[in-house]
Design a protein around this ligand. Structure first.
Ligand code: IMP
Ligand code: MG
Length: 407
């Protein structure tokens, strides 16, 4: 194995979204051909504006072509032949598209905001493309709407990592506006608790604001549900309940396919995961403790070093080792699971957010993918939990706030 292979493939694929990387590669060609790094020495003042106009036209053409390839893929999906689409051939990891993506229009908008076509040294980047995809998703939802369900991740999306949704959080009036407009909201979080009091403690600012809006006559019958542990515990907002959350027994909401997740297979998978996590604690000499729950197992900083931070490398290594060990085990072949880096912890949950969002859609009466939007922060192809929801129909509002690529 050459070093180049290891660096380019083995070490980095888990930090990539292949659709975005592919689009980035397509846009690199007009950048190379039309950018004008030497324009500073050029006496002709028009050089830069000609460059910007030409680059804009070429980038827009490419994005229109990609838009058409996605439309073709959607047509194949309808016929059940998506594995034969040209896009699938070009980007084998591409998943289901629930809506077309208005990429050309989205590019026009983002180019105005970010002046991508005017840049002479920095080519269209991962974040540029992710923002174009986010905008395209919104434009498409407006066209194909009305949207019925918005699901949100918790940590790092609605509130800071490990924090709570307190009463001054600026997302509250925005979420209330969605409810007033008749949209249903799901909070699909990895945080897994069997007890409504714990979710109340994390979300009280929002729950109390909804209660006040109902009491004040601004909201009639808002629909807010919380799906915790990614796809394991369902609660619904109920003003009459203690903690404003009513526990919904699993039998009332799980999907048909989830009925085969037996207790024995769940515990077998968690045993394998726990063993792999212990091995990482030893090998990497982590100051960590194991936290085993009913439907999850993770590592958190040990109690005597609770304020310490794991390094990114330690977290990523732990996720990738654990994921591999479970993938290769027989327990890992029987059940879906999600191993992810939570910022300063690593968790393995039974099921994942794709199941969580599907369960929300089914519990709320069978809402389709094209009328659902998931908003989250974790979109690495491996080691992230929001990524599993679906390659499309998802938004990352913090795109430009995070690291240079996905988070
Ligand atoms: P999310 O961003 O809302 O999905 O929440 C992820 C965070 O929830 C993780 O980083 C953990 O710190 C925390 N968490 C608490 N309990 C669990 C659990 O049972 N499984 C996974 N994450 C958990
Ligand atoms: Mg998150």
């Amino acid at each position: 194995m050459t070093t180049r292979y290891r660096v380019e493939y083995a070490l980095k694929t888990h930090r990539r979204d292949q659709l975005i990387e592919w689009i980035k590669g397509l846009l690199a060609v007009p950048f190379v051909l039309h950018s004008q790094p030497t324009a500073a020495f050029d006496k002709n003042g028009d050089t830069l504006s000609i460059m910007a106009t030409t680059s804009h036209r070429r980038y827009a053409e490419i994005l229109r072509d990609v838009e058409e390839l996605i439309n073709d893929h959607i047509a194949h999906q309808r016929n059940g032949t998506q594995d034969r689409s040209k896009l699938k051939h070009l980007v084998p990891t591409v998943g289901t598209f629930f809506t077309p993506l208005l990429l050309e229009k989205a590019f026009d908008y983002q180019d105005q905001q970010r002046r991508i076509s005017s840049r002479r040294f920095v080519p269209p980047s991962f974040n540029d493309i992710r923002l174009i995809l986010n905008t395209a998703q919104i434009l498409s939802l407006v066209e194909s709407g009305p949207l019925e369900l918005v699901t949100f991740d918790g940590d790092v999306t609605l509130y800071d990592d490990g924090q709570c949704l307190t009463e001054e959080n600026p997302v509250i009036p925005r979420l209330l506006r969605l409810l007033e407009a008749g949209l249903k909201i799901g909070i699909v979080t990895a945080a897994g608790y069997t007890d409504g009091a714990k979710y109340y403690a994390r979300l009280y600012g929002l729950l109390e604001a909804i209660k006040a809006a109902v009491r004040g006559g601004k909201l009639r019958s808002p629909t807010l549900i919380v799906l915790g542990g990614e796809s394991n515990y369902l609660f619904r907002f109920n003003i009459e309940c203690e903690n404003l959350l009513q526990f919904v027994p699993r039998g009332e909401w799980i999907l048909e396919d989830m009925r085969s997740w037996t207790e024995a297979s769940i515990q077998a998978l968690l045993d394998v995961a726990e063993e792999a996590l212990r091995e990482c604690i030893n090998n990497l000499n982590l100051s960590a403790q194991i936290l085993r729950k009913e439907r999850a197992v993770g590592i958190i900083p040990s109690s005597d070093s609770a304020s310490s931070k794991f390094t990114r490398e330690q977290l990523e290594e732990t996720v990738l080792v654990t994921q591999k060990v479970i993938d290769l085990s027989s327990a890992g072949k029987k059940l879906p699971f999600c191993a992810f880096n939570g910022g300063n912890d690593v968790f393995v949950d039974i099921g994942d957010k794709s199941w969580g969002v599907l369960a929300c859609q089914s519990f709320l009466g069978g809402i389709s993918g094209s009328k659902t939007l998931h908003v989250g922060d974790q979109f690495l192809s491996v080691g992230a939990n929001d990524f599993k929801v679906s390659p499309q129909g998802v938004l990352n509002p913090r795109a430009s706030l995070n690291s240079s690529r996905q988070d």
